[in-house]
Design a binder for this molecule. Structure first.
Ligand code: ZN
Length: 324
């Protein structure tokens, strides 16, 4: 089967299940602990549009969470400077691994290096070590889950997706329209702030996502009656590992060095060592085998084109294999 045909087929299937959300999986956080909130998350940065995005968020008084790549921080000093600006804006820093590689193809040691290297470069550029991580493409099966739990990392999934990376080559107005499809179905038309909450995935490296999409997303979701929160507030566990120093000008939680803390309601504990945390706070159940997640970045497989449902997952796996 040709790739284009697969993608078209996948788009059709995605459209037919657009209102579905990710199946429950205790290993992955994909909703907040309280209704009426949306955690706005931006992946794959720090990118060249970060300043512009921070200005928009400040204008809208919205706090977001940035899942950053260690490699992106390393390659550009200007972008590395973004970390302190993100913190100064009251936003949350989080890890998207170092190399944006498929965690499920790694040994546990390699996964630990991905997390530790990212933690180290984030600490060097911001003073914090993130406690929240998002696996590239959402791929974090049994070994990854176990390893992240050992590191005290909170595996941060999502339950609504702009799919913006797929439309980055389109004309901006078309890209925005397509990126709003799932939000419109799932949040604007298919949810109730009295009962629902969302973790919403965008990317900060696509110009239209920052120039156009982000403001529309914020305005429409605000009008629906939701309040935007960081992942820390969404999940109720500290944003950073012990040893982190959070600027006092931010709304983020300060994390004292050593020992556990009760910094926020519902907090179950803070890992006691930077990066490697035997007393991790995750309540995830070990041993859970997870299906491949939805892709959050253009890659060489089609698993991310199908949103949910056992049959759809089966199809995704088949398509993924067809393309790898
Ligand atoms: Zn990504």
């Amino acid at each position: 089967m040709k790739v284009n045909a697969i993608l078209s087929l996948s788009a059709l299937f995605m459209a037919s299940v657009a209102t579905a959300v990710m199946p429950d999986d205790p290993n992955k956080i994909d909703t907040c602990i309280m209704p009426g909130v949306v955690a706005l998350t931006f992946d794959d940065g720090p990118g060249m549009y970060n300043d512009q995005l921070l200005a928009l968020l400040a204008k809208k008084n919205v706090k977001a969470t940035f899942f950053l790549l260690g490699s992106m921080i390393a390659e550009n000093a200007g972008q590395a400077a973004s970390l302190k600006k993100i913190l100064a804006g009251g936003h949350q820093l989080a890890s998207h691994t170092y190399s944006h590689s498929n965690m499920d193809n790694m040994t546990a040691d390699k996964m630990k290096k991905e997390i530790q290297d990212t933690s180290d470069i984030m600490f060097a550029n911001s003073g914090v070590r993130p406690a929240y991580m998002r696996a590239p493409e959402g791929r974090c099966a049994e070994l990854c889950t176990k390893t992240m739990n050992e590191l005290g990392q909170i595996i941060s999934h999502w339950n609504v997706d702009t799919n913006d990376w797929r439309f980055a080559a389109d004309k901006p107005d078309v890209a925005v329209k397509n990126s709003m499809v799932e939000i419109t179905d799932v949040i604007l038309n298919g949810s109730d702030p009295a009962t629902d909450s969302f973790i919403l995935l965008e990317h900060e490296i696509h110009q239209f996502s920052v120039d156009l999409l982000a403001e529309i997303v914020i305005d429409k979701i605000t009008a629906k009656g939701y309040r935007f929160v960081t992942m820390e507030e969404c999940v109720g566990k500290p944003a950073y590992l012990a040893g982190s120093t959070v600027p006092t000008t931010t709304a983020a939680t300060s994390v004292p060095t050593g020992g556990n803390t009760s910094a926020a309601p519902g907090v179950t504990g803070v890992p006691t060592t930077g990066g490697v945390a035997p007393t991790g706070s995750s309540s995830a159940a070990p041993g859970e085998t997870t299906a491949p997640g939805t892709a959050d970045k253009d890659t060489d497989n089609a698993a991310g084109f199908v949103k949910a449902g056992a049959w759809a997952m089966g199809l995704a796996a088949a398509l993924g294999y067809a393309l790898i």
